[in-house]
Write a protein that binds this ligand. Structure first.
Ligand code: HAM
Length: 409
């Protein structure tokens, strides 16, 4: 039997260094901005996501990997973090961040995986609109660090429960009245959460939705005030936003401002959401915790890599290979590597292979120089250094550990 990586999942080898770099960049930015890292378990109770993301969401209704004992691989991190905060209330207030794998049993395609990484952050206990503005500034800072400029931040305001109730009845009436112009899939959603229909990408629906009522026209005075203040502050902070009155996001826990970062580079195909987030003031109480304001964002690492058009990172430091035909040399090589910790030294050669094969391997992994210290060299009291570009060999007299940096650097 041939064992393969499960569908929609990847072995990261050549991309691993790129993931490491993106994680380091992300953590450096967030930790310097007063955030604390949080790592939650990969498995959570299924019920947690039913109560937070919502029974009718795509994520919960069809995309969870479930174990026999009622646990699921987490499809996202926000609910898990709120679960951790409710269990440990000394974390209120806190700014938490993560770079972690998530799991959704989706149909795999470009930019859509079953195991994917998210970089995300949650501002727990922070009221609107400060948390929103702080988050938007951070998102722009991160993208500037990654030299990503072709993106747009779309925002909408979902209001409070009252506003949404009013809007839902108007929207439902509009959709019922125009039922025949909706796609079959959206028609079936008319009896469930009709807000989801606004997310539809079906051509028929997109055409009809252009004339659908907008939630922004149904906000009560309090929500109006908060939304306007948010827009004014964003303008003062010079944050460019695009209002998308039909942006609802597919997760039930959102309340006020929601946002989505959309890629404009065309490198992503149809999965063009680089990240998304919003306010979720009701989530703590839904999970049995205190009334708590909260706002957060998460971006997809694989989609970021697609947008940046990067597949792996090129290391520009010169690599030096160490080869020998004697096992006794290995500890000496380890010492040499420690002595020259600033150099990129590779001793991952198998002394039983013979010199020819070891040179071939050194070439394959792009060594610019190779230090040869075999039985002959040891007996003659010399070390040979081969320049892999020119093929010339330099002979240095003395023992291996006497080499100085200038001969290798
Ligand atoms: P989300 O919109 O479901 O939000 O996911 C955020 C981002 O994760 C997406 O915009 C996308 O870049 C990436 N992503 C999602 N699904 C996949 C997939 N199957 N393959 C590859 N990338 C994917 C959340 O998860 C919320 N927890 C965000 C949040 C944080 N809201 C408040 N705080």
């Amino acid at each position: 039997m041939k064992y393969q990586c499960p569908p929609g999942m990847k072995d990261l080898v050549s991309e691993a260094a790129l993931f490491r770099k993106l994680e380091n960049d992300f953590m450096e930015t967030l930790l310097n901005s007063g955030f604390q890292e949080i790592r939650t378990p990969m498995l959570e109770a299924k019920e947690l996501f039913c109560r937070s993301v919502g029974e009718e969401s795509d994520i919960v209704s069809k995309e969870m990997f479930e174990t026999l004992d009622g646990l699921v691989l987490r499809p996202e991190n926000t609910a898990a973090i709120m679960r951790a905060v409710v269990a440990n209330q000394s974390l209120i207030p806190s700014n938490l961040c993560y770079f972690a794998p998530q799991f959704r049993k989706e149909r795999p395609q470009k930019g859509r995986l079953r195991q994917f990484y998210q970089y995300g952050f949650e501002l727990i206990g922070e009221a609107a609109p400060e948390a929103e503005i702080k988050s938007l500034i951070l998102i722009n800072q991160l993208f500037a660090k990654w030299n990503l400029s072709q993106y747009e931040i779309q925002v909408n305001y979902l209001g409070n429960t009252e506003d949404r109730k009013k809007y839902l009845s108007v929207l439902t009436k509009f959709l019922q009245d125009n039922k025949n112009s909706l796609s079959v899939k959206s028609q079936s959603r008319l009896t469930g959460n009709v807000l989801r229909i606004l997310d539809s990408k079906e051509e028929l629906d997109v055409a009809l939705l252009k004339s659908a009522p907008k939630i922004l026209d149904y906000l009560g005075p309090e929500s109006q005030k908060e939304w306007q203040l948010f827009l004014e502050l964003a303008q003062l902070a010079k944050i460019k936003l695009t209002i998308n009155p039909y942006l609802v996001r597919g997760l039930d826990y959102y309340t006020g401002v929601v946002l989505e970062v959309v890629d404009l580079s065309n490198n992503l195909g149809s999965q063009n959401a680089l990240g998304g987030g919003g306010r979720y003031d009701g989530l703590s109480q839904a999970l049995g915790g205190p009334a708590l304001s909260a706002f957060g964002f998460a971006g997809g690492v694989e989609r970021l890599i697609l947008a940046l058009n990067l597949s792996e990172i090129k290391t520009n430091s010169e690599k030096i290979g160490l080869i020998s035909n004697e096992a006794e040399t290995i500890p000496l090589f380890m010492e040499l590597k420690n002595k020259f910790a600033t150099l990129n030294i590779d001793i991952n050669f198998n002394y039983t292979l013979g010199f020819k094969k070891m040179f071939k391997r050194a070439d394959k992994i792009n060594c610019t120089k190779v230090v040869i210290y075999g039985s002959n060299e040891r007996e003659q009291g010399i070390v040979k250094i081969k320049d892999m570009k020119t093929g010339t060999e330099t002979i240095v007299s003395g023992r291996l550990l006497d080499l100085d940096l200038s001969t290798l650097g």
